[in-house]
Design a protein around this ligand. Structure first.
Ligand code: ADP
Ligand code: ZN
Ligand code: ZN
Length: 720
């Protein structure tokens, strides 16, 4: 029996550490088993990646604890190893990210959910409070979460259960989570010839990019492809961007397949752990989830579907900074599965790979049943301001079309990618600008809470009545947010029912379900929201969509600004014209002549991508070059600059001009965040493989403390 084990830890040190396996744990410690080990006078959790009969060091510490189960199987360990190399993190960090944290704890086994029994309240004040909390619940809550959220103890809960004020339900997490389906009757559907061709393309091993306009029947293709995989005894993983985990999308999968697990991010740890175990035990055929579901431990992976392939939500912004699309493709390759990447607006990276022959391309150029794509009208907001001598939030044209639609009892969606009421407050006398004291960003005023909020660090302050610098009495307030649109709409269209959906108003999955339910049921006339409503919704009575400002991306210094604007307009337009009544779209912008706006308004994907690709090639950006961003952050600007400067010198010495271009160091657009200064360097390389190993070596020496830290992001999506 093996006496030694190599263990990887969830720390930024990319090596395995050797430990001795004590007698008592021999036989239980195998690759993939989670263990506890002493490390630098602490106890750390890690994963065994290898066991051996001999070790090259004489004095080794003992493993102090081990799980019974193999938590990470060998395929996952190997995939994590690949991720560590690809995304410049440690093996241990990659493994840790791939496993939901609940699974890392001891098995929860059976557990209890609690809900109000609607009678009895208990005797003490505390018991009354807990019973009152239980009555606010619309669904049972696991005991652990209940105790935490009601700030009580299991003792109090037990007393209330005994008194009949609370009801206990014993459930197995995984079964419960699967049973919440709202089953939709599958329609009898005959695939169109385009769908048949797309399905055939998806059937071959490898990757197919399914480029289909909104409402072209992509989801139907996914469902058919999954049916075949499941019939062959294999499993499928369906990845969706988090916000699109709409009840609507999910219910279509649940309606078609019996054994579906849905990995919502709002699941409790115990729920996630339960589902993970059910998936591993082979009790699930189809896994639907966000980014991290790409690691779902299905036994025989047949297919990965990645819906809305272009979405930035697939990129994880903290370590390991992986992109679920790349991980999905790599995992599928290793396990002999196929991949379908579906979208109405392929990312230029995916398009480039498909055109270059690395991936296949299938197209669904028209909507189902010959429905027209909605007409997109562009309104020039600068002209509107010149004529009206003020800047309206809603242009006259949009107002007119809204009135017409509402009078016909049709529904309207207004979209704005910015929360809050006012986004900028400043003093005209001295130029003072209301910004966060810890970050270099504007404070956004939220009328509902009556406070100004930093959207980056969540610091909040009351809105000053006069200038805090010069005591000037009048402050300028401008900038639009969804809250302000909601109130404008209420003023212009009294008597119509308006609902706002953004992360301020939608705190729980229930809020989300309720608001959507009201909109689907026709109880709401106007829906105002952020990107939360930009995708996935399919409501036949929506005949008008207004984009309040198409310009939100243009203000961000990012080479992808045009691409994001094009995608945004196209996606939002996809929310209308889905029923027999047709639909229209109004796009408000200060840049009506911008090529991204013009191309999106005429559905000219080809024209847009041709122009954009030319520009990317000229300026040497992805998909023609790979990017690596090195971010240095710290309390002291001098030390941050000094560190970034030193890294710049090292990088320039390491890479010749043919291997990489180096930009910077320069202050980040977000130059200070949570009191830490930020400076970055950007490396552009024609071949990532050629530079990564040396970059990783360099990263090994990066400072890593709150005071001064350097980090590396391979294929960054955010350059802020
Ligand atoms: P997408 O995913 O491209 O937005 P969907 O798959 O949601 O498109 O299809 C849009 C609508 O058309 C759905 O209501 C779907 O049930 C329906 N549909 C899809 N394919 C067909 C078909 N071949 N015949 C009739 N209806 C279809
Ligand atoms: Zn002032
Ligand atoms: Zn802040």
């Amino acid at each position: 029996m093996a006496e030694f084990a190599e263990v990887v830890l969830n720390l930024p040190i990319d090596r395995a550490f050797t430990y001795r396996i004590p007698e008592a744990l021999r036989g239980r410690v195998r690759p993939g088993v989670r263990v506890t080990v002493p490390f630098r006078n602490r106890s750390e959790g890690g994963y065994v990646v290898r066991v051996a009969d001999t070790a090259s060091f004489p004095r080794l510490k003992d493993i102090t604890g081990a799980d019974e189960d193999v938590t990470a199987d060998e395929r996952l360990l190997d995939l994590a190893r690949w991720m560590a190399d690809r995304y410049a993190c440690s093996w241990g960090e990659a493994v840790a990210a791939a496993i939901p944290s609940g699974v890392k704890k001891a098995s929860p086994g059976k557990f209890v959910r609690l809900i109000s029994a609607g009678e009895g309240e208990g005797a003490t004040k505390k018991q009354k409070e807990v019973a009152a909390f239980a009555r606010t619940l619309s669904a049972p809550l696991p005991l652990r979460d209940f105790v935490r959220r009601a700030t009580t103890s299991t003792g109090v809960v037990a007393k209330l259960v005994a008194a009949g004020a609370l009801r206990e339900q014993q459930v197995r997490a995984e079964i419960e989570a699967m049973a919440e389906a709202i089953v939709e009757k599958p329609k009898e559907i005959r695939l169109t010839p385009d769908q048949v061709a797309a399905l055939a393309a998806a059937e071959q091993p490898g990757v197919v990019l399914l480029h289909g306009v909104t409402g072209s029947g992509k989801t139907e293709v996914y469902l058919r492809a999954i049916e075949r995989v499941v019939a062959a005894g294999r499993q499928a993983i369906v990845l969706v961007p988090e916000i699109a985990l709409t009840p609507q999308t999910v219910s279509r999968f649940k309606a078609r397949f019996r054994r579906v697990a849905v990995l919502h991010s709002v699941l409790t740890e115990a729920d996630r752990a339960g589902q993970w175990r059910a998936i591993r035990a082979g009790e699930v055929d189809v896994v639907v989830g966000a980014r991290s579901a790409v690691f779902a431990p299905v036994r025989s992976l047949g297919l990965v579907v990645l819906d809305e392939e272009h979405e930035a939500a697939y990129k994880q912004e903290n370590v390991p900074r992986y992109h679920a699309r790349e991980v999905a493709v790599e995992r599928a390759r290793r396990e002999g599965a196929s991949v379908i990447l579906g979208t109405a607006t392929p990312s230029l990276e995916a398009l480039h790979a498909a055109r270059g022959g690395t991936w296949r391309l299938a197209r669904l150029p028209g909507r189902i049943l010959g429905r027209e794509l909605p007409e997109i009208e562009v309104v020039d907001m600068s002209a509107e301001r010149a004529e009206l001598k003020r800047q309206p939030a809603i242009s006259r044209r949009l107002e007119q079309l809204m009135r017409q639609a509402l009078e016909r009892r049709e529904q309207v969606i207004l979209f704005l990618n910015r929360r809050g009421f006012l986004t900028h407050v400043s003093c005209p006398r001295c130029g003072w600008f209301f910004s966060c004291r810890k970050c270099d960003v504007a404070m956004t005023f939220h009328k509902e809470s009556g406070r100004a909020l930093c959207h980056y660090c969540f610091d909040s302050k009351p809105l000053p009545l006069s200038c805090p610098e010069c005591q000037g009495p009048k402050l300028l307030q401008y900038g639009l947010g969804t809250e302000r649109i909601e109130s404008e709409v209420g003023r212009i269209f009294p008597g119509y029912r308006v609902v706002r959906m953004d992360s301020d108003s939608m705190k729980t999955r229930k809020d989300y379900g309720d608001s959507l339910g009201a909109f689907f049921g026709g109880k709401t006339d106007i829906l105002v929201g952020t990107q939360m409503i930009a995708k996935g919704l399919d409501v036949p009575d929506v005949t008008l969509v207004g984009v309040i400002s198409a310009d939100t991306s243009f203000h961000v210094p990012d080479f992808r600004a045009a691409e994001r604007t094009f995608q945004l307009i196209t996606q939002v337009a996809g929310r209308t014209g889905r029923g027999p009544k047709g639909g229209r779209v109004v796009v408000q912008t200060h840049y009506p002549q911008h090529y991204a706006v013009k191309a999106a308004a005429t559905y000219d994907f080809t024209g847009f991508t041709r122009q954009e690709l030319e520009m990317r090639q000229e300026t040497r950006y992805p998909p023609f070059m790979s990017l690596v961003r090195i971010l240095v952050q710290g309390w002291d600007l001098g030390r941050v600059n000094e560190c970034a400067g030193r890294l710049g010198v090292k990088l320039r010495a390491e890479f010749g001009p043919l291997e990489a271009d180096l930009l910077g160091p320069a202050a980040c657009p977000l130059a200070r965040l949570k009191n830490r200064h930020r400076v970055h360097l950007l490396l552009k390389a024609p071949s990532l493989e050629a530079v990564l190993p040396r970059l990783r070596q360099l990263a090994g020496g990066f400072p890593d403390s709150r005071a001064l830290q350097a980090s590396m992001d391979v294929d960054p999506l955010s350059l802020l």
